[in-house]
Design a protein around this ligand. Structure first.
Ligand SMILES: [Zn+2]
Length: 111
């Protein structure tokens, strides 16, 4: 399952194409819980082989069939925990590049 995300920032458009990653973790109660793209989900309900999950922090829902990802509904209104720091670092790097080389076009900065 792939998704394309566009992020609009002043002067810079960043397109991120990525494959959604699914990692199975175990809760402290020894139940399975999927981590999708770094977002933690908890069980909502089960219908046959389909399991319905809900993001721990927002209203995004996901469906898994057996052990694979079937569908994700909605967009998170927050950042996944592990990626948050990375993204901040990346933003700072862009800022530094722009301020040290103000004549660069946005295309060159994103290199
Ligand atoms: Zn969420």
């Amino acid at each position: 399952m792939t998704r394309t995300r566009f992020k609009q920032r002043p002067g810079i458009q960043v397109a991120v194409i990525f494959t959604m990653s699914l990692i199975w973790s175990t809760t402290k109660y020894n139940r399975e819980a999927p981590i999708i793209d770094g977002y933690f989900f908890e069980k909502n309900q089960q219908k046959g082989s389909k399991r319905y999950w809900r993001c721990r922090e927002c209203n995004v829902t996901a469906i898994t069939v057996d052990q694979s990802l079937y569908k994700v509904n909605g967009e998170h209104d927050h950042l996944p925990n592990p990626a948050e720091k990375m993204q901040r670092k990346f933003k700072r790097k862009i800022k530094e590049t722009i301020s040290s080389q103000p004549t660069l076009s946005s295309k060159e900065v994103s290199k």
